[in-house]
Design a protein around this ligand. Structure first.
Ligand code: AMP
Length: 213
């Protein structure tokens, strides 16, 4: 099953993708994660994409398309995948048609207020990457990961100014994709207006959409 998760930053795509990937035994492929790892390891790719990530702009289409194509050619993706964060522009969606079929698009929808609250309160463990929220799921000890005692940090693209930029980029570049895929009949809207403690409500909707393919 080839699944794409679409939606604004902060709608919970990453967390739900992880859960669904485990349930279906397929890899969770997040372009944002690939780029963040590249930046952290200071690879050639990381050097090329860093300024886009820091400012909340999109990485140029040709570069993202090449990265995703290469990743989807790996053996583990042959039986299916959950693609999170790609495609994000019409050009990327057009390119994807040439190398992979998509069976279902899960379009995560949440209120803007909820999204901003989620992103600005999010803290990530600098070691094991576990995610917390200062109000909704705080660690036992402020600033310290419950699982590995790593330091919790705010991602550089989760400051208020960059959050606003990412949301406006989503509205302009990515939202038009919902009509693109709706017209193809493969898009299912997922109500993501739930806190992470109620995540099963989101997962159930995803499972229903996947079963209906
Ligand atoms: P994300 O974690 O998916 O919000 O991605 C973080 C950042 O990585 C984005 O703000 C972009 O700079 C870059 N990025 C991730 N996926 C894409 C994509 N499909 N096209 C362009 N840029 C991307």
């Amino acid at each position: 099953m080839n699944i794409v998760i679409l939606g604004a930053p902060g709608v919970g795509k990453g967390t739900c993708s992880e859960i669904l990937a485990k349930k279906y035994g397929i890899p969770h492929i997040s372009t944002g994660d690939i780029f963040r790892q590249a930046v952290a390891s200071q690879s050639e790719l990381g050097k090329r994409v860093k300024r886009y990530l820091d400012s909340g702009e999109l990485v140029p289409d040709e570069l993202v398309i090449a990265v995703v194509k290469e990743r989807l050619e790996k053996d583990d993706a042959h039986k299916g995948f959950i693609l999170d964060g790609f495609p994000r522009t019409i050009a990327q969606a057009d390119a994807m048609k040439d190398f992979k079929d998509i069976h279902v698009i899960l379009n995560f929808v949440a209120d803007r207020k909820k999204i901003v609250e989620r992103l600005s309160g999010r803290r990530t463990c600098s070691k094991c990457k576990s995610i917390y929220h200062v109000k909704n799921s705080p660690p036992k000890k402020e600033g310290i990961c419950d699982k590995c005692s790593g330091e919790l940090v705010q991602r550089s693209d989760e400051t208020p100014a960059v959050i606003m930029k990412r949301l406006s980029v989503y509205e302009q570049e990515t939202k038009p994709l919902t009509d693109y895929y709706r017209n193809e009949g493969i898009l299912a809207d997922i109500n993501a207006n739930y806190d992470m403690v109620e995540i099963e409500k989101i997962i159930k909707q995803c499972e229903r959409a996947i079963q209906n393919v």
